[in-house]
Design a protein around this ligand. Structure first.
Ligand SMILES: [Zn+2]
Length: 470
């Protein structure tokens, strides 16, 4: 296949077929079930599934079969299959459920309002991860159009990823045999360090959620009468959080929350730091004068991918600003979100959190910490053929060498699939680059990046075929 032929085909397909569909997709508020308990009654997920499946059928890919599973009250699962000329299987993965809208969108933008502006398509769920199913089909279409043989392709699209892939284990259990034994898994739900090369993800952190509750009084009391005599719950919370996190550095203190970082991952972080330099910090919307947690870029990349990190994401107990009386509150609760290293068991991390937070409560307060979470993922060693194929594709379509790094977020699918197919090779990639802001306001898809990524996928699937056709 000629480079130019791939580019022409892919770019035209994106412009004529994908962008109009993706624009319609962004309009659908199909929030993941974790954010919309009434998702089934609202019908948005069903509409999103119908939009995607009708679009796939319109593409009339030769030999493609399409199935939508919908078991009981679970979210649906889409599985498309395109038979190939080899018994080998490539599994491609994405999801269509979305994060909630969030506040803070630019005035003329909004979560369910698609806006194409220059290179960017704004709106919720375009980059995370609506583009994936369209890019996967675009890849197949290009292979077919250019007469390139390929292995059997199975495209799996789920609808509960943003809720920790709650429904995926059931479907893998019930219908896993239809996936077969993939020798290559392509996950399209990850990130890129910049928009200038093909990025692949070598690790993902796990995630533990913890609700920390502190109770001190039977009821709130006049702060003028009680202040200085009885402790306030924030004091207790501060003491407890200080056990967990060094407030000056952000480092989590319990040794049980850390792992030894593999030497190969340190080397990758060094290389990524060289490529990215100041853009690692620059890609975050820090206010002028606000500083990151460290100066060294390699250290920051490792902190963000292999070290645990704490965020307090919600509270209960405080009135809203402007509604607070001068009261010593009886108690407070915080929801803590703790990212954990890729190879750390979430059960061990949860136990460590509980132990640290519940031991010896300050002032005899009642303290409870309930925690649970999901595992991260560390890629198996990369096969030579895949390393060569990704690098060649990156040079061909981006003009720069490929690069790999860890991602600080979680993709539950990767752990499930990694355990199920330990012999598979993985290309974990995606379009969540600088400022793409998945989960936050002003999420956008970098359209030229996604087009080039699709071109790279065409090459990688051709290389996969060549590897196994021998
Ligand atoms: Zn996603």
């Amino acid at each position: 296949m000629e480079q130019q032929a791939i580019e022409q085909h892919v770019v035209r397909f994106w412009d004529e077929q994908i962008l109009p569909a993706l624009i319609e997709f962004i309009r659908i508020p199909n929030e993941s079930p974790g954010f919309d308990a009434e998702w089934e009654a609202h019908g948005h997920m069903q509409r999103a599934v119908e939009l995607v499946t009708a679009w796939i059928e319109r593409q009339a890919v030769p030999g493609l079969t399409l199935q939508v599973f919908k078991d009981g009250t679970r979210t649906p699962l889409i599985l498309a299959e395109v038979p190939g000329t080899l018994p080998e299987v490539v599994l491609m993965y994405g999801h269509i459920d979305k994060q909630p809208p969030m506040v803070g969108w630019r005035e003329d933008l909004g979560p369910w309002k698609p806006v194409l502006e220059g290179d960017k398509l704004y709106g919720r769920g375009g980059a995370d991860d609506g583009y994936a199913v369209f890019a996967a089909i675009a890849t197949v279409k290009a292979l077919k159009a250019l007469g390139q043989p390929h292995a059997t392709l199975r495209i799996l699209i789920e609808c509960s990823e943003e809720s920790g892939s709650a429904d995926l284990p059931h479907y893998l259990q019930a219908y896993g045999d239809r996936i077969g034994e993939p020798s290559l898994v392509v996950c399209l739900d990850s990130g890129c360090g910049d928009y200038e090369r093909l990025w692949s993800t070598t690790s993902l952190r796990g995630l533990v959620g913890c609700t920390l509750t502190v109770e001190l009084l039977r009821e709130g009391i006049h702060s003028g009468l009680g202040g200085g005599i009885v402790p306030n719950p924030l004091q207790v919370l501060r003491l407890l959080l200080d056990r967990l996190e060094d407030p000056a550095t952000g480092r989590l203190k319990p040794a049980a929350l850390h792992v030894e970082v593999p030497a190969q991952r340190i080397a990758q972080a060094r290389k990524a730091a060289q490529v990215l330099g100041g853009s690692v910090v620059g890609s975050f919307p820090l206010l002028e004068g606000a500083r990151p947690l460290a100066d060294d870029t390699t250290q920051l990349l490792l902190n963000g991918t292999w070290e645990p990190a704490l965020a307090a994401i919600a509270q209960e107990g405080w009135p809203e600003l402007g509604k607070g009386g001068n009261v010593l509150l009886p108690g407070l609760s915080l929801r803590l979100s703790v990212r954990i290293p890729p190879t750390l068991e979430p059960a061990a991390a949860s136990a460590a959190l509980r132990e640290v937070l519940e031991a010896d409560p300050p002032f005899g307060a009642r303290v409870s910490a309930s925690a649970g979470g999901e595992p991260g993922w560390n890629a198996p060693p990369l096969a030579d053929w895949l390393e060569a194929a990704t690098d060649a594709a990156s040079r061909e379509f981006y003009g720069k060498e490929a690069c790999s790094f860890g991602i600080g977020g979680s993709i539950p699918f990767m752990h499930m699939i990694g355990q199920r197919f330990p012999a598979a090779q993985f290309l974990i990639t995606g379009v969540l680059g600088p400022n793409a802001n998945a989960h936050g306001p002003n999420e956008f898809l970098h359209v030229p990046y996604a087009k080039r990524l699709t071109c790279c996928l065409v090459r990688v699937l051709a290389a996969h075929h060549a590897r196994f056709a021998r």
